[in-house]
Design a binder for this molecule. Structure first.
Ligand code: F6R
Length: 259
């Protein structure tokens, strides 16, 4: 594996490796180090395709070791309207891809409760707002490490372009780009939910350490905009540059539009 480390402003370190597997190894090593170092570890997890190589390495290295009693996992986001048992829900996905194999009990895996309903007086919309507030309280001062992928439109979590940098956990209407990008996880494009609950950019920025992974040429424009474009809400991922400790792991394709 070859890796280049580029200097950036502030607390950002950018590592460029050859391919998605090498990126997975680099991300897994960072997560492992945090898990091994802390007596009580709160890990923020992303779903999607990018983290899968890292999750495979983590399962190989940490699965079945029985040493993860001190770890709790927190989802970045969740679709509205899917039950936690629906295979396309992010809770089911993260259990299948990572936490079950690591031996983390389901009660140590937290996410926004998109099934939440209030007592009925205010209707389901208000129930979801309450669910957002509950999740925000549960996240409290923030997780120790938050793993992030990036959308082609620069989204982080489901914070689409225009999302305020200080937003907290909230309900979002998914953009057409995001719905079509995620259609591969559903039986048909029409099955992709229209809404999700996501940690806000302000919530994400409360994490002690942010780790952004991106692989593939399709992410190159979003990475260039996030790292070198205007610090602006039109690119949600540019908010990373406001954080004191960010590790960015890219493969050569995702880094190809950087100057
Ligand atoms: C997933 C998430 C999204 C993805 C992003 C990239 O929990 O919040 O922001 O990280 O859409 O997805 P992939 O990795 O599938 O390209």
């Amino acid at each position: 594996m070859t890796a280049d480390r580029l200097p950036t402003d502030g607390g950002m370190e950018v590592t460029i490796v050859d391919d998605p597997d090498a990126a997975g190894r680099a991300v897994a090593a960072t997560i492992s180090a945090t898990v091994r170092r802390s007596r009580s570890c709160r890990l923020g997890l992303a779903t999607g395709s990018t983290p899968l190589p890292a999750y495979r390495v983590l399962v190989r290295e940490l699965g079945g070791t029985g040493t993860l009693d001190h770890v709790e996992a927190f989802l970045l986001d969740e679709y509205v309207g899917l039950s936690p048992d629906d295979p396309a829900s992010y809770r089911a996905t993260i259990r299948r891809e990572l936490t079950d194999a690591l031996g983390l009990p389901p009660e140590s895996v937290h996410g926004p409760d998109t099934q939440f309903r209030s007592d009925g007086r205010d209707g389901p919309g208000v129930g979801l707002l309450e669910a957002c507030e509950r999740y925000e309280r549960l996240l409290g001062i923030g997780v120790d490490l938050q793993l992030l992928g990036i959308g082609r439109n620069g989204h982080l979590g489901f914070n689409e372009p225009g999302a305020p940098f200080d937003s907290t956990t909230h309900v979002v209407a998914l953009s057409d780009t995001t719905r079509s990008d995620n259609a591969r996880f559903f039986p048909s494009p029409a099955d992709v939910p229209t809404h999700a609950i996501t940690q806000g950019l302000g919530t994400i920025r409360r994490a002690q350490h942010l780790v952004l992974a991106a692989t593939g040429a399709a992410k190159a424009p979003a990475i260039a905009a996030a790292l070198e474009g205007p610090l602006d809400e039109s690119c949600p991922a540019s908010a990373l540059r406001l954080h004191r400790r960010v590790t960015v792991v890219l493969d050569r394709d995702a880094a190809s539009a950087l100057s």
